[in-house]
Design a protein around this ligand. Structure first.
Ligand SMILES: C[S@@+](CC[C@H](N)C(=O)[O-])C[C@H]1O[C@@H](n2cnc3c(N)ncnc32)[C@H](O)[C@@H]1O
Length: 292
C-alpha cells in the first residue's frame, strides 16, 4: 500500500499525486477529488476523462527522485527470477543508489523477509530513504545505520507498509556484517571485490549471488572471482527488451529501443561441509528358517 494516488488522462499521461488532495487539473480540465474513490473515471469541467487509480510500485519508481541511474524492470525481474528470490528470504544488496532495485526486492521477500542495503554515499542513502518511505519499505524516520544527522521531516505513514528494509552506510568491499544470508545482489562498479565476503556470508545450503555491471570487462572479472572462490552454477546473461507497436497499419518493433543496460551474472555458493562416502553394509537377513 503506497501513500500516493494516480491519475491517467485520456491521452495516457500519468500524474502521481499525494493522497488527500482536494482537486487536480491540467489542460483537459479540473476535477474535485474530495470523497472520490480510486477505481473511478472522473469527468473534468471540460468534459475530459481522468482515470483515478491506485499506483503500482512501478508507477512510483518511474516518478521518484534519483541520485544515480536505477536498474530497469527488465533487469530487476531477471535478477529476482534467476535467483529465485522468495517470500521470507534475507537479501543483502549494494549499492542502494536510488533504491529502485531495493523496492522490488522488498516486495519479493514480503513482510516476513528482510533487505539490508549498503550504500557508501550518505547523500544517496538519504534520497533513497525518501523513496523507500513513499512505498512503506522503511518506517517513518527510520535511522540509516551509520548516519548521525537524521532529519526529522514528517512523512505520511504508509498503511500496511512492508517495513522490511534496513539501510546501512558502508563500503561493502570492506565487510558484510550479516551472516547466513540467502541472496546477495550487487549493482556497483567493482563487485569482484565483494566475492570473498560473499562466500563467508551466504547460507551454505541455498546462498545465491547476482552481479549487475554495464561493461563486459567487469562481467568477466566478476565471473573470474566467482570461479576463484568455488561458486557453482555461474551464468551471465544480457536481457534485451523490444517494444512492439500494434496499430491498424500493422505490427512492428518500435524504431527506438534501449540497446544495452548491463550484464547479469548469477551463481550459488559452494557448500563447505564434506561428507565422505561410507559403503553400505550388506543387509542382514532376519528371516527365520521354516520349521518342519
Ligand atoms: C548504479 S548505482 C545502484 C542503483 C540501484 N540499484 C537502483 O536501482 O537505484 C550504484 C551505487 O553503488 C554505490 N556504491 C559503489 N560502490 C559501493 C561500495 N563499495 N559499497 C557500497 N555502495 C557502493 C554507489 O554510491 C551508487 O549509489
Amino acid at each position: 500500500m503506497v501513500n500516493k494516488e494516480l491519475i491517467i488522462d485520456d491521452r495516457g499521461k500519468k500524474y502521481l499525486l499525494n493522497k488527500n488532495l482536494d482537486n487536480f487539473g491540467n489542460d483537459l480540465g479540473v476535477v474535485d477529488l474530495v470523497g472520490k474513490e480510486e477505481g473511478s473515471i472522473l469527468i473534468t469541467n471540460k468534459g475530459g476523462e481522468f482515470y483515478f487509480v491506485t499506483p503500482t510500485i512501478h508507477d512510483i519508481i518511474k516518478k521518484m527522485k534519483r541520485s544515480v541511474t536505477t536498474l530497469l524492470p527488465k533487469d530487476i525481474g531477471l535478477i529476482i527470477a534467476e535467483c529465485g528470490i522468495e517470500n521470507g528470504e534475507t537479501v543483502v544488496e549494494a549499492g542502494t543508489g536510488s533504491a529502485a532495485l531495493t523496492i522490488y526486492l522488498a516486495n519479493a521477500v514480503g513482510k516476513e523477509g528482510k533487505i539490508i542495503t549498503y550504500e557508501k554515499r550518505p547523500e544517496f542513502a538519504k534520497i533513497a530513504r525518501k523513496n523507500l518511505e513513499i512505498v512503506g519499505a522503511v518506517r517513518q524516520n527510520q535511522k540509516i545505520i551509520g548516519i548521525d544527522d537524521e532529519n526529522e521531516e514528517e512523512i505520511e505513514i504508509v498503511e500496511n507498509g512492508l517495513y522490511n528494509v534496513t539501510q546501512k552506510i558502508g563500503d561493502i568491499t570492506e565487510k558484510i556484517e550479516e551472516e547466513n544470508i540467502d541472496v546477495l545482489v550487487l549493482d556497483m562498479p567493482d563487485p569482484w571485490n565483494v566475492v570473498e565476503h560473499a562466500k563467508k556470508s551466504l547460507n551454505k545450503a541455498k546462498g545465491r549471488i547476482a552481479i549487475y555491471v554495464p561493461y563486459v570487462e567487469q562481467a568477466k572479472k566478476g565471473v573470474e572471482a566467482l570461479k576463484e572462490h568455488g561458486f557453482l552454477d555461474i551464468r551471465t546473461v544480457e536481457c534485451i527488451v523490444r517494444d512492439i507497436e500494434i496499430s491498424e497499419k500493422g505490427v512492428r518493433p518500435s524504431t527506438r529501443m534501449i540497446g544495452h543496460t548491463g550484464y547479469i551474472t548469477t551463481a550459488r555458493v559452494c557448500p563447505e561441509k564434506v561428507v565422505e562416502y561410507v559403503p553400505k553394509k550388506p543387509k542382514e537377513t532376519t528371516e527365520q528358517p521354516e520349521e518342519n
